[in-house]
Design a protein around this ligand. Structure first.
Ligand code: SAM
Length: 356
């Protein structure tokens, strides 16, 4: 259905958990102890209900996300069930790929065709710094398993941070020459002041209680805290700068072609490359006029804009004694109709609660 500004909203991003086996410092300010109690997280059946109501409002594309969706028990069954809902035509998954090698075939059989995979560095130590302990080898094996399968549209999401991983822009772009995948460079979205302070505090506490010794030992603590202490201006590396820097290394071609499910990215490619390069600019060139999605958080709030505080309490309705699917669809319609025209930039939540 269309919102009041005439945008056709047909995509829903569904966060199935706030749990994650990585703790990317730009995404998760707390540690696992601050996660929501289990009963505050939507059950699989409740998520399915919201997908049914979404389909009744014209949603045809569901992308599952997290936290890390592959750590949610029952995720494959949920995907299968949602894929059978009338009107749902496409299913995608956002993942850190650490479990992708083992889940690849089951995901394909359940109907997933689009994979968005986070990969911000190709260096083992830096990857571990960003993810606070993630193993690049595992993630890369997951990516390769998906590439070898051949049945997925694969997009790697690379959050670019000035003075942190900007030097890897050419190496990451080069993956599109080696493999038939898209690499999408995303401008880092700064955390709000409060959130940043919380992240710094949590890092301090992790180190103090010895919870993250490995992270501290390889310099992750230092690198991440130094980055977070900077002003947003010092952290941001705009897509215009990225395009300029890529142009110095590669012969770039504008392209009208796009990978399936292109979303908000603008695409071009390195001459003769197998895959596309995409740029996503939430900070300098917001793409609100083309935004076609709503989001369901793992704790049952519906957001019709990532960077807006408006919320629709789906969980409250789902658990009310007089719940009905019609009432839920009406709430979704209200959220879609009232989708804000533009996003605000006062991010005061963890991306891990929303799923990016
Ligand atoms: N665990 C899954 C994964 O790793 O893709 C899904 C969740 S993760 C929150 C989804 C996406 O959010 C990541 O690919 C990352 O690009 C994006 N994200 C999180 N925090 C961000 C930030 N501060 N700036 C830009 N993108 C961010």
């Amino acid at each position: 259905m269309k919102d009041q500004f005439g945008r056709e909203v047909h995509s829903m991003r569904v966060s199935v958990t706030d749990r994650c086996n990585m703790r990317c410092f730009y995404c998760l300010s707390g540690d696992k102890l601050q996660l929501k109690p289990k009963d505050e997280i939507l059950s699989l059946e409740e998520i399915e209900e919201v997908c049914h109501a979404g389909a009744a409002c014209g949603i045809n594309y569901i992308r599952f996300t997290g936290g890390e969706p592959l750590v949610r028990m029952g995720i494959i069954g949920l995907i299968e069930t949602v894929g059978r809902i009338e009107g749902i035509r496409k299913i995608g998954l956002s993942t850190n790929a650490s479990h992708l090698a083992e889940y690849r075939d089951a995901l394909y059989a359940a109907g997933v065709r689009n994979l968005n995979i986070s990969l911000d560095s190709l260096r083992t130590d830096r990857f571990a710094q960003i993810t606070r302990g993630g193993k690049l080898k595992q993630t890369f094996e997951g990516i390769m398993a998906a590439v070898e399968h051949g049945g997925f549209t694969i997009k790697l999401n690379c959050v670019m941070m000035r003075g942190f991983n900007e030097d890897e822009l050419p190496e990451l772009a080069n993956l599109t020459r080696q493999y038939p995948i898209s690499v999408r460079f995303i401008e880092y979205m700064p955390m709000g002041q409060w959130q940043r302070e919380l992240a710094l505090k949590n890092m301090g506490e992790n180190i103090a209680d010895g919870a993250d010794e490995e992270f501290a030992a390889f310099g992750g603590h230092h690198a991440a805290t130094e980055f977070l202490k900077r002003t947003p201006q010092e952290q941001l590396y705009s897509i215009e700068e990225m395009k300029r820097d890529l142009g110095k290394k590669f012969e770039l071609e504008e392209t009208q072609d796009k990978p399936d499910g292109a979303g908000p990215a603008r695409y071009f490619r390195i001459k003769d490359a197998k895959g596309f390069i995409g740029v996503i600019s939430p900070v300098f060139n917001p793409f609100c006029e083309n935004c076609n999605r709503i989001r369901l958080t793992s704790d049952g709030r519906l957001k019709s804009c990532l960077l807006h505080d408006e919320k629709y309490y789906v969980k409250k309705l789902l658990r009310a004694p007089d719940y009905s699917r019609e009432k839920l669809a009406a709430l979704l319609k209200e959220a879609i109709w009232n989708k804000p025209e533009k996003h605000e930039f006062s991010r005061n939540f963890d991306m891990s609660t929303v799923g990016g």
